[in-house]
Design a protein around this ligand. Structure first.
Ligand SMILES: [Zn+2]
Length: 282
């Protein structure tokens, strides 16, 4: 069943075998699925990493073995039907810089390039962001099939990274497109406690204002979903889906930096462009 583990994702046959062994790895947005975009918000289930990164982890920075992370990536790649060499993510720095991907880049080199947005129009390129509490936002253009993955933690949200990602996608496609988006699991309003200064910055980051700040706790909590959705809608994203899950509340399904500290694993949100005008599923 796991014959060829460690080198899977290279061939169709092997990819099918892996996919069959780990069906339903990761969470999906029905909105993106209906529009024909392969994507996933991968949690921590279904990988090979040992504790404390168990078991699906996409970073070696907190001490996990290169071989384990490689196998995890191959499993994720098989799940969404692209080669592991063509799933890209950057060195994320809570900023607004982006990287357009053509599929010819050296993914190992890109791991050291700073940026928080990956985007592409190439149908066999996976645009990824990694996170362990921060929201991954996947954006897709129903007109051109192009996509973007955005890392929108609170600093990036304050900086307007979701709007920056939309702008970069429109520059890539040379048009407004017909954009849809999905916000993945992250540290939700139940657990996202912040200081008054951060709450004020997030309240100023979208037109939902202070309504995104949740009171009734000893310190303010913030609803990042609400802020990010408002930011996306303000730049003309037509539909926004929410893939629910609080990373801090659910240690079975998710890694959480705030819960587990610097040795926590990292999750992956990834989306693949589709052919322009491709027939939609269903
Ligand atoms: Zn929670």
């Amino acid at each position: 069943m796991v014959d060829g583990e460690g080198s899977c994702g290279q061939t169709v046959v092997c990819g099918q075998m892996v996919e069959g062994a780990i069906m339903a790895l990761g969470l999906r947005s029905p909105l993106l699925e209906r529009a024909g975009f392969r994507h996933a918000f991968f949690g921590r289930q279904g990988g090979v990493s040992p504790s404390p990164w168990d078991s699906l982890n996409f970073s070696t920075a907190s001490g996990d073995a290169v071989s384990a992370v490689r196998t995890n990536l191959q499993r994720a790649a098989a799940e969404i039907g692209v080669s592991a060499e063509h799933i890209y993510y950057l060195s994320q720095v809570h900023g607004c810089d982006h990287r357009v991907l053509l599929g010819q880049e050296d993914r190992e080199a890109l791991l050291f390039e700073e940026g928080d947005i990956t985007l592409s129009s190439v149908p066999w390129v996976g645009c990824g962001v990694r996170a362990a509490d921060c929201p991954a936002v996947l954006v897709a253009d129903r007109v051109t099939g192009s996509v973007a993955a955005i890392h929108s933690g609170w600093r990036g949200t304050v900086a307007g990274v979701a709007a920056a990602g939309v702008a970069a996608l429109r520059a890539l496609t040379n048009g407004p497109g017909d954009l849809i988006a999905a916000v993945g699991p992250h540290i939700e309003r139940c657990c996202f406690e912040v200081g008054a200064d951060v709450a004020a910055q997030l309240a100023a980051a979208s037109d939902c204002g202070a309504a995104a700040v949740v009171h009734g706790f000893p310190k303010p909590h913030v609803d990042l979903r609400q802020v990010i959705e408002a930011q996306l809608r303000s730049v003309g994203v037509r539909d926004v889906d929410h893939v629910a899950g609080c990373t801090m509340c659910d240690p079975e399904q998710f890694h959480s930096y705030r819960r587990d500290g610097p040795r926590s694993g990292r999750m992956l949100g990834v989306i693949v462009a589709r052919e322009q005008g491709a027939r939609l599923r269903q």
